[in-house]
Design a binder for this molecule. Structure first.
Ligand code: DX5
Ligand code: ZN
Length: 221
């Protein structure tokens, strides 16, 4: 079982974003992870909608993997130019009417993922599993890079894998938070398909970005 890679742009060199994006794309990352925060659902702000929209124009092979940590995520779909090929993750904890938000993502031709924070039980996903294209398991508390792995994360990945397999639907299981060199292999063995690589792996600064993508890919293939 081999995993796909989604390096997290909030961990990149903010003064050289285009260079970093093009390097990751050439090196073979499948997705670019784009975190959007509203300062209310999470106590932080990161990439803005204009930047998230603009990233689309420089991608060659990579696709956008947009993680919206915000209340009323649908307010931002138009300004991010969400459409075909995009993954859009919205938080279970942030949506009053998740079914409606899922429909809005799909009506734009994008893939609808539901994200669950560490303290949210995987069981909440059972009501949505027939309607979504993937699950984003947060293995740190949303809002900041560089945190330790949340307790119970490995078990939760395995639990969500089992739910997906039982549903007999071809959902993608994405993992975001402390996806380190040491843990990425175990995450894939536990059932992860798509790994968000941040400050504990691809952007750790130990290797060049190109070498980091190759190193990560060899660990998860
Ligand atoms: C955190 C973000 C992550 C972040 C992860 O809220 O959703 O995408 O980049 O960073 P690391 O990999 O450092 O935990
Ligand atoms: Zn994220």
């Amino acid at each position: 079982m081999s995993g796909m890679l989604s390096p997290s742009l909030m961990c990149a060199d903010l003064l050289n974003l285009q260079f970093d994006i093009e390097t990751l794309d050439k090196a073979g990352a499948e997705y670019i992870h784009l975190d959007f925060m509203d300062g209310a659902f999470v106590p932080n702000i990161t990439l803005d909608t204009t930047l998230i929209k603009k990233v689309k124009s420089v991608l060659v092979n990579m696709k956008r993997d947009i993680h919206i940590m915000a209340f009323h995520p649908e307010k931002y779909f138009e300004s991010m130019n969400i459409g075909n090929g995009d993954i859009v993750s919205v938080h279970y904890e942030a949506c009053d009417n998740l079914n409606d938000v899922i429909c809005k993502i799909k009506s734009r031709g994008a893939s609808a993922f539901v994200a669950v924070s560490p303290d949210t039980s995987a069981e909440v996903l059972s009501s949505f599993i027939d309607k979504i294209d993937g699950v984003l398991v947060m293995t740190v508390y949303p809002g900041f890079a560089g945190q330790p792995l949340a307790e119970g994360s490995m078990e939760k990945i395995a639990q969500v894998r089992e739910m997906i397999d039982k549903s007999r639907r071809n959902l993608i299981l994405e993992v975001d938070g402390h996806v380190s060199w040491d843990l990425c292999g175990e995450m894939v063995r536990n059932g992860a398909d798509l790994l968000v690589a941040g400050s504990s792996s691809v952007f750790s600064g130990e290797n060049s970005l190109e070498e980091s993508v190759k190193r990560m890919k060899s660990l998860i293939s």
